[in-house]
Design a protein around this ligand. Structure first.
Ligand code: M6R
Length: 614
């Protein structure tokens, strides 16, 4: 939520910052702004409601000179998206400018205190109070900017990634983080700053990920300095970025989402690579091997996640219970964190997150940690907060996911969960060799099977036209495919704004079937599995009430073809792996319906890719 960019060096800062904002726009896109210190030491702030392109139009006639600047793209939490609430925010005297990602929880009391001292605020945000406070501390305590930031942050409760510049010191950016991500890029005589590495990757591959309550001092002509809030100097750990620029471009596709859907055969190859041996007789996840005894002794596994990652967790529950015979509970991280969950010795908590920055998931991890649990992370974004907060884990290695609607991360998460379950089951001896070998072989073949589904993209596009004007959708699945139905419904609602519900197919008769009439499209996942016959009965119940059924069926299926209105075939695979292939046509269907409706597919309204606020 909210994207932060900063630049200090010899280049013109404006183009670097604007390009960076475009790369971070997926994090929030209701308003944007930029602050630059010009050659004659003016601190110019330009901001505008809307997208980064609106900011560019607004700024094009202004003075955009300067080699130092900070910029922000916003996802509003406090105060509606308008010009005044957009960041950067000036201090009272306009000699400082600040950008912020996160939420300042005690801003009302801080603001009231500042107002009682005669300060007048210009926005309704929680952010503005920080920059006012910093300036007030500088003036009253006669300290430099960095010290004032340290003192101000001692008074602030909440989450923040901030960056400040001062017209009194045009050669310095001060940045700090707590519970919101911040990365510093180190170039030749220049520094970059961003919420994640995507704006940095084309300039340098040397980065430092700040930790909570660390302050970075980016000063012209000096090395990066990192301090904590108590002024203790910390040696920054410089990491090498593995992301390349082409991964951040659309590569000829009209949207990142479509590119990411089509990437899945390759991303899943990358996910599996090196983890299954040539002969297909062994699955090795280093995190599992390193913690073998913990997994073998586990009495229970609790999986915490949000959104799409929570759907992947539900599939993980089936996989682990089915193959490893370990009881599994799946929890919304946002609920788990505010309960007083029972964590017993021998419990393992698995946290799943694409971004690795989701505030609720991070809080659930901290809570479970405080109760003594061993925490295993399954993440995509390398170097993000969750992999650093967990004891061990596995990356899904599907590359940056930019479309707000998660696609390749979902299939990557399910693939890692499949490997995790297989690896534990093999070691626990809860799976026989033949079943293990068959599942591993099927898993290796999943990328080819996805490629086959993708060959039907045109046909799915044609089919989507029939449903452009539907007002509601129901998605049904059973067993392993129930979470896939939930995920299909989520995809449709978040990018097309059509109301969609996912249900276990047999649950319909307990109430939701009242919704069925000739106007109701029902997507039913009816692949040939152990409950195929039962699912067919559920489809019959829909058809008897004149619902329009779009069925996802196994290749060569005839029975459902004779009942459903439309069928999309997917290659046959082992039952535990069907949700991976079945989710591909659901991604495509949602995508094309949203395109037909003229929606902003990559940046749907009200959403942001990385939910760093609770
Ligand atoms: O980065 P995370 O996986 O932790 O994100 C969790 C959800 O916010 C995310 O999956 C969200 O539901 C997506 N927009 C789904 O497409």
């Amino acid at each position: 939520m909210c994207g932060i960019v900063g630049y200090l060096g010899c280049r013109d800062a404006y183009p670097v910052l604007i390009k960076g904002l475009h790369r971070l726009e997926y994090r929030g896109y209701d308003s944007a702004g930029i602050a630059l210190i010009s050659g004659d030491n003016e601190l110019n702030v330009y901001k505008s409601k809307g997208k980064v392109a609106d900011l560019e139009r607004f700024a094009e006639s202004k003075d955009i000179s300067g080699n130092i600047g900070i910029a922000h793209t916003r996802w509003a939490t406090h105060g509606e998206p308008n010009d005044a609430n957009a960041h950067p925010h000036y201090s009272q005297s306009r000699s400082l400018a600040l950008i912020h990602n996160g939420i300042i929880e005690n801003y009302t009391s801080l603001r009231a205190e500042m107002e009682s001292k005669g300060f007048t605020f210009r926005s309704n945000t929680d952010t503005e109070v920080i920059v006012y406070l910093v300036e007030y501390i500088m003036q009253t305590n006669r300290v430099d900017l960095c010290t004032a930031v340290q003192l101000a942050l001692h008074q602030v409760v909440g989450a923040y990634a901030i960056a400040l510049i001062s017209k009194e010191n045009p050669d310095e950016i001060i940045a700090a983080r707590k519970s919101s991500p911040l990365v510093v890029g180190i170039g030749e005589d220049e520094f970059f700053l961003a919420s994640d590495a995507t704006p940095i990757v084309e300039y340098t591959d040397r980065v430092v990920y700040l930790n909570d309550e660390e302050i970075a001092i980016l000063r012209r002509g000096e090395a990066l300095k990192v301090l904590n809030l108590n002024n203790v100097e910390i040696t920054p750990e410089i990491k090498k970025l593995a992301v390349n620029l082409s991964q951040l471009e659309k590569g000829g596709f009209p949207h990142f989402m479509l590119k990411e859907i089509h990437e899945q055969p390759r991303t899943l190859q990358n996910c599996i690579r090196g983890r299954i041996n040539m002969e297909g007789t062994n699955v090795v996840l280093s995190g599992v091997i390193d913690n073998r005894e913990k997994f073998l002794q586990a009495k229970r596994i609790i999986i915490v996640a949000c959104g799409t990652s929570w759907h992947a967790a539900l599939i993980g529950e089936h996989l682990i219970e089915d193959l490893c015979r370990i009881p599994v509970e799946v929890e919304y991280a946002s609920e788990f964190r505010y309960r007083n969950p029972v964590i017993l010795p021998g419990d393992i908590v698995i946290a799943i997150s694409q971004s690795g920055e989701t505030a609720d998931t991070l809080a659930a991890i901290e809570l479970a940690k405080s109760k003594g649990a061993f925490i295993y992370g399954i993440c995509n974004a390398v170097g993000s907060s969750i992999p650093r907060a967990t004891h061990s884990g596995s990356y899904i290695h599907v590359g940056p996911e930019i479309g707000v609607a998660s696609t390749k991360a979902f299939t990557g998460q399910v693939t890692v969960l499949s490997m995790l379950a297989l690896s534990i089951a093999r070691q626990k001896d809860t799976i026989d060799v033949d079943t293990f070998t068959r599942l591993v072989k099927e898993l290796q073949d999943i990328p080819n099977k996805i490629a086959k589904v993708l060959e039907q993209a045109e046909a799915i596009r044609d089919l989507s036209k029939t449903f452009t004007y539907a007002h509601n959708f129901i998605y049904l699945g059973r067993g392993y495919n129930y979470p896939a139905a939930l995920e299909g419904a989520l995809k449709l609602k978040e990018i097309s704004y059509i109301h969609a519900e996912g249900y276990p197919a047999a649950e319909m008769k307990h109430g939701p079937i009242a919704l069925i009439d000739a106007e109701m499209p029902v997507v039913a996942i009816a692949t040939t599995d152990s409950i195929y016959e039962k699912t067919i009965s559920n489809i019959q119940e829909i058809k008897a009430r004149k619902g329009k059924v779009i069925a996802i069926v196994s290749e060569g299926d005839e029975t459902v073809h004779n009942i459903a209105d439309y069928c999309i075939e997917v290659p046959r695979t082992a039952e535990p792996l069907t949700p991976i292939v079945a989710s591909i046509p659901l991604q495509l269907l949602a995508y094309y319906i949203a395109v037909n409706k003229g929606r902003d597919v990559d940046q749907p309204r009200n959403l942001a890719k990385s939910v760093t606020v609770e």
